[in-house]
Design a protein around this ligand. Structure first.
Ligand SMILES: [Zn+2]
Length: 203
């Protein structure tokens, strides 16, 4: 009898089990928002790192080409992403980015842009530093202030302008500049950053 009573005391009752399950459920419910916040921050940091790398490699490309800015003028009327990829050390042809091939530094983790032959990047390039306009062959030295002129940023379009940025990081946007730095801005801070006239000269 004594032994049986001891066994009964040690066992969990159904109610106790349900309470434990409920507590675990509540803890998971409390942790999930924090976990999703951590993951969003991680995506924001990775995006900023990708943009910084793209900006630095693009400037490095110019350094190797007599300071000339990356040309554009392909069939989709955007910057030549093939050259941009070459600038970042990528030698793959565009079609290798379709399908399961990871887009690497050309992609933002919050972007819903499909990587395809038509759109190979989750970012936009500053629409106002295109180099097919006259005078052609703009150079790094033509840029007004390297630390304040944007090259790349979060955008659903390949052309990035004051109205085409995408605040996909919980209302914030990442940008990278000609001096190689990157930063995160709130939507209402963006318009003063993406200048419509990035050149040193008045023409
Ligand atoms: Zn991003």
């Amino acid at each position: 009898m004594k032994m049986k009573r001891r066994l009964v005391r040690r066992a969990f009752t159904l109610v106790e089990l349900l309470v434990v399950i409920a507590i675990i459920g509540i803890l998971i419910g409390l942790l999930m928002p924090a976990l999703s916040g951590v993951m969003a921050t991680s995506r924001l940091n990775e995006c900023q790192s990708n943009l910084r790398e793209l900006a630095r490699m693009t400037v490095a490309w110019s350094d190797d080409h007599n300071e000339r800015l990356l040309p554009f003028g392909n069939t989709t009327n955007n910057w030549d992403w093939t050259l941009a990829r070459e600038a970042a050390g990528y030698t793959k042809t565009p079609d290798t980015y379709v399908g399961d091939d990871p887009p690497g530094v050309f992609y933002c983790g919050e972007s819903d842009v499909l990587v395809s032959l038509a759109r190979l990047c989750g970012f936009g390039m500053n629409d106002y530093v295109k180099t097919n306009a006259t005078p052609s062959y703009r150079r790094l030295s033509d840029i007004r202030a390297h630390s304040s002129v944007v090259i790349f940023g979060d955008s659903k379009l390949t052309a990035l302008g004051p109205a085409s940025f995408d605040p996909r990081h919980r209302g914030k946007v990442n940008f990278a500049y000609f001096d190689g730095h990157a930063e995160t801005l709130k939507s209402n801070e963006v318009r003063t950053v993406v200048s419509t006239f990035p050149w040193r000269d008045p023409n």
